[in-house]
Design a protein around this ligand. Sequence first.
Ligand SMILES: C[S@@+](CC[C@H](N)C(=O)[O-])C[C@H]1O[C@@H](n2cnc3c(N)ncnc32)[C@H](O)[C@@H]1O
Length: 448
Amino acid sequence: MSDKEQKSAYGLGRAARLNLSLEMLNEMANTGRPMDAVLSSYFRHLQDALERRDRRDLENRVRSVLLHYRRLLWWLKKIKLEPTMRAMLLADMILSENADIPQLEKLCNGARNRMDMLRKEEIAALKRLLGKEINHPDMSDAVQSECPDWAQAGLKKAFGETFTEELAALATKSTSDYRVNTLHTTPEEAQQSLASQGFKTEPCPMSPIGLRQSDAGGPILSETDAFRQGWIEVQDEGSQLVALFAGAKKGMQVVDFCAGAGGKTLAIAAQMQNSGHLVACDVHSKRLSRAKVRLKRAGIVNTQRVLLENTYDKWVKKSRGKFDRVLIDAPCSGTGTWRRNPDSKWSKDETDLSELVALQADIIKSANRLVKSGGRMIYATCSLLPEENEEQIENFLKENDKFTLVKAKTVWEENFETPYPCANEDYLRLSPHTNGCDGFFACVLEKK
Ligand SMILES: C[S@@+](CC[C@H](N)C(=O)[O-])C[C@H]1O[C@@H](n2cnc3c(N)ncnc32)[C@H](O)[C@@H]1O
């Protein structure tokens, strides 16, 4: 279909939205592209044709299938329907929204921009789902909690008795959080400015520089003055806390070793009040380029970007022992961000996990050289798996007696006024169930 045809074709009625959701799900399944990338490319492409409610409905529908993925597979096996994205979408409409067969037949009528008509055998199988709920008592723990096999042992180890509650929280919708750029304004002023344009927020419970959207109505963020002026950035509260936990201060020498598009770099630069020297490194040039744009928009001038050729790039050797703080926000399996990226559960496997664990160990081994005597290395991930977190650190400490672990509780009390939010005093472990933000791990090692 041409762009023009597509744009004029979607009104967007319910049937067209359903068909579009299926296209997106199929694209994810066929290309392995993450949900947010597929959604944003469709939204960009169909810009004029989509209203806000269309976007919201499309996102909710795609997300719903991904959040119920393992249970839908279980049901499709039970009713002997081939596990295609089409079958999952239809089954989800019955199990999660109580849709009935006549409704589905109306939506899938084979017309232009509609899903193909229901086949006889599809109708017979789908009828068996009527009146059922998405959960079934015969489902195993892993199915019930939507936990992929590759992460199950690790998460059980991490959560123990609260595994079910933690996994349930990881399968809910995430909050929309924003970090206030304290170089330009205060949280109170940013909140007022947003509210004056109908964008309602409340202070985040833990981050002193965070605002949480309290009402989905109101204008789109990018249309608010606060966003246009660089007063606020989209950033989950957990991610803000990790950046502040690094404890960078005015005048320090700091490295953000896995800076990506600069989410934490921006927060750290503001924390340093634009003074001292902050180096944002990454091996991914496009991400660092995005960081450049964001740094400029936020009015940050103390930051240099360094594109690394690889983990052991010669810049690291040249810069050894120069930095007060080295943040490693390591590439990880992202189990803590499943609320935002439910597709990442199903696009990874054991091999990906072991490759990530090896890469993290290498990054720690290289980046620790940057820390000066008395300086600190902060290791963080947005994963909740012990093999990517505590076990990495324990292995590193066994071989490096120059570093000691500083209790996370102590570091928290140095940097925050709110009470320490975790049960474990050595390692900061945040999770949606316990803390209401994305799942993060962070700890601090000090060089003797
Ligand atoms: C968790 S993401 C960083 C997110 C970023 N800190 C933020 O807050 O927006 C991990 C980053 O590590 C980068 N990375 C992967 N391998 C690396 C390596 N060997 N050395 C440095 N960075 C690496 C990835 O390109 C990715 O941008």
